[in-house]
Ligand binder design. Sequence first.
Ligand SMILES: [Zn+2]
Length: 498
Amino acid sequence: MEALFREALLALPQAPLRDLLRVGACSLCAMRFLSVRGRVYSQSVPASPAILAEIGNGDGLESDRSSASCCTVCQGILQSAGVGLAVLEAIQKEGHEFCDFSLEVTVPSATLVRERSLWCYLRKEHPEDFKAEDPNECIVSLKEAVKWTFGPQIEAALVKNSFLGMGKVMDKNSNFHISLVFKHANSSSEIQFLSDLSGGDSKRKRGPVEAGESIAAVQRSLASISSDAFARHYPCPPPQLDTPCELVSSCRKDAIFVVGRYLKYSRSISQSPWTIQEDRIGDGSVQASACEIIGDVIFPHFKADSYKFHAAGREDIDVRMLGSGRPFLLEILNARTCSKQEELLKLEHAINSNKDGWVKVKGLKEAGNEVWTIMRQGEADKQKEYTAVVWLSRPVTEADFTTLSNSKELEIQQKTPVRVLHRRSPLVRPRIIHWMRCEALHDSSCYFLLHLCTQAGTYVKEFVHGDLGRTYPNVGSLLDCDAEILCLDVTNVKMDFL
Ligand SMILES: [Zn+2]
């Protein structure tokens, strides 16, 4: 027996300890019930008969189940062998890279019922040592004990197989999660009586309670039953078990985010694929969207399950995105590999070397969860700068340029544009045109370049042509003629985070 374990055992009240072992609790469950915590759980544990031989077998009990192989409380979970190996296999199958991990544990609801049963028994037999009505106030939870018992084993297996460096430990804040799900075939039938008992409670469904069904629901049920009522419906101490729980181990990584800005030099590439109810419009001849041109390079690098593209606003397909580019983020789900900044630079170079050259990116970097808040904030606050080619129904004059450039912080009223009425509700939205600047076009009397800066959400095309008077004032009304927009570029999306 390891010294630490022996020391911990001998420090415990011997009569309840002896009783716990004799009714079939494993030695670690016995420790849980006697509020032992910490490192001692990871020691190699002697079988109950060996412990009883050490502390004295006592007498006064009709039966001794201490030699039964499967713990009657944790359903054999804390006695599991090969947990490190099972985790290793799951990780090798998935091919994850990671530098630390968190451990998530799921146990069958029946273990809660069995804990309660043993608690009822102990309160009767050892009222001085077990006073509380609710075992959760005193005992160490099974999930916590699983982490103490198997965490060090998993760590050792991962270090030995070079998944982790020495000194790396479990970290509950890690973005890589190893999950241990323990299942027992009989779990749902064992907790059935709870659902029968609370049949009058409209919040609970009648019928079988699923194994693993909200452990919180079982906890609530147990909390609502007195110990006496419980003991009338379930044997105390808990009955023996023939088969232990089965373990299913899996792993996953939290979403990671790659942020950057994109530029779009084409008037026939959309920001994202055109779809109607999930069906992609067009066939293979349709050009890839900016989202796909970027995602198709970055996504394979991470060996992930999938990705989502999010941009700070959007431009129409026929509008180029120039200048500073538009901030975007790629949400990469369950990435297998970790990325380094120099690899992101290579990916940036790969996108920018695409032979078509219609879409480019800059400033690729990995970001944390906080990027969502920044994107949303930026969406609401951002100002955007545009350049438009404008046509007037009469020759352009210097006075027109002066009129427009003198209009600072111009408030306009925009009714929902005709072209988007099918998807946006009909409203009047006040918007601000912060400034305008005009540039003459060589050899063309009726055309000029209009540079302007607007509040987020302004429909710029409609501000130029007026949208049948639905946007007012507009360039035409300001200059007292008709105005049309020939083409439009976004030249700057002001946002601080990139
Ligand atoms: Zn146990």
